[in-house]
Design a protein around this ligand. Structure first.
Ligand SMILES: Cc1cc2nc3c(=O)[nH]c(=O)nc-3n(C[C@H](O)[C@H](O)[C@H](O)COP(=O)(O)O)c2cc1C
Length: 364
């Protein structure tokens, strides 16, 4: 049997990809400020990267309360739907595929972003992730957030469904539920931030219920074959505290996701943007468990060409998502295939405005 190649096609549920070099979700803070809608510059940026097997869009908030960074796009209004259609059409015209990463930042937000300056929402009142949030008025210390009432959690699940409907009408190829990096769904999953006494807190089964309900809401719209999810079982990103037992917590979640036969589960291996580290959670077990149900395993975090080729050939991942390398190399797939040199990325323009450091990185 020939071993699979990083450059060979892959079937992810109902999505066919032309290679296994995927673009990781990358927040770039360039939506139109008045509407938080994607615009023609954003469409051009994604179209430039359409040779990726699959593009996972920058995180896009499902509700106004879900915003935690300036000018991140939303996916709930008519203007935003029209903006995502620009993006979907531009990527498809270049032969690419793109899913939207559905996001709510929870306690990572700040009253400056909230309707009427309210407290940000989270699993349990009083949770403050610490650190600072960059608002439209500069850097601000994070505050203790407000726990969602049970009926509000159900409203948020409906909001995930609404956003999946917007994504579908806009012509996107599917959605990825963002359940990683310390944001709202992870604030429910981890016992450091969830002290709820209702069906969304306490036992592991209860703590993963909101995430699974968000997944099921997206599946109701797109079918399981066009829904993926992102997890960061051992990352402390955006959150100073960790789950007391990532293996048990995320193990139960992976088993529930395998049963749902999703298109894929996308893992950040280790600390997001830090060293790729497999300690604390058995990523190899997750790969096998998902494979037994036909669910693809997408790996991310500090992969380079050699490690990515090796991971695909050895079957430890079905596809590799590249983050920073895709910022500075719109044609990353071609460069990796040809073993060509890569452009360096400039972190100063990661979250700035305009086309500099956005649509001006050269192709080969
Ligand atoms: C500028 C920037 C923006 C990011 N935005 C997101 C995001 O919107 N959603 C997400 O899940 N991860 C986000 N991440 C994390 C990346 O998807 C990825 O996990 C990380 O960069 C590690 O992968 P890499 O080593 O290939 O860059 C972001 C990272 C960077 C550098």
């Amino acid at each position: 049997m020939t071993r699979p190649s990083l450059f060979a096609p892959l079937t992810l549920g109902a999505i066919e990809t032309k290679n296994r070099v995927f673009m990781a979700p990358l927040t770039r803070c360039r939506a139109t400020p008045e509407t938080l809608a994607p615009n023609s510059m954003i469409a051009e940026y994604y179209a430039q990267r359409a040779s990726a097997g699959l593009i996972v869009s920058e995180a896009t908030q499902i509700l106004p309360t879900g915003q935690g960074y300036p000018n991140t796009p939303g996916i709930y209004s008519a203007e935003q739907e029209a903006g995502w259609r620009l993006v979907a059409d531009a990527v498809h015209a270049k032969g690419g595929k793109i899913v939207a990463q559905l996001w709510h930042v929870g306690a990572i937000s700040h009253p400056d972003f909230q309707p009427n300056g309210a407290l940000p929402v989270t699993a349990s009142s009083g949770f403050n992730p610490g650190g600072t949030t960059y608002t439209q008025h500069g850097k601000k210390d994070r505050v203790a957030a407000r726990g969602l009432e049970t009926h509000e959690v159900h409203e948020y699940i409906a909001a995930y469904k609404h956003s999946a409907e917007v994504a579908k009408r806009a012509g996107l190829d599917g959605v990825e539920i963002h359940s990683a990096n310390g944001y709202l769904l992870e604030q429910f999953i981890r016992d450091c931030s969830n002290q709820r006494a209702d069906q969304f807190g306490g036992s592991i089964e209860n703590r993963i219920r909101f995430t699974l309900a968000a997944v099921d809401a997206a599946v109701a719209v797109f079918g399981a074959g066009r829904v993926g999810i992102r997890l960061s079982p051992v990352s402390a990103a955006n959150q100073s505290m960790r789950d007391s037992n990532p293996q048990a917590t995320y193990g139960a979640l992976v088993e529930a996701l395998a049963l749902r036969k999703l298109a894929y589960v996308h893992f950040i291996e280790g600390n997001t943007g830090g060293a790729r580290d497999l300690a604390g959670f058995d990523f190899r077990w997750a790969k096998k468990t998902l494979a037994a149900s036909g669910v693809a395993y997408i790996a991310n975090n500090k992969y380079d060409r050699a490690i990515a080729i090796d991971a695909i050939e050895n079957g430890t991942a079905d596809a590799i998502a590249f983050g920073v390398p895709f910022i500075s190399n719109p044609d990353l797939s071609e460069r990796l295939e040809q073993n060509a040199p890569l452009n360096d990325a400039n972190p100063k323009t990661f979250y700035s405005a305009g086309s500099a450091g956005y649509t001006d990185y050269p192709k080969l």
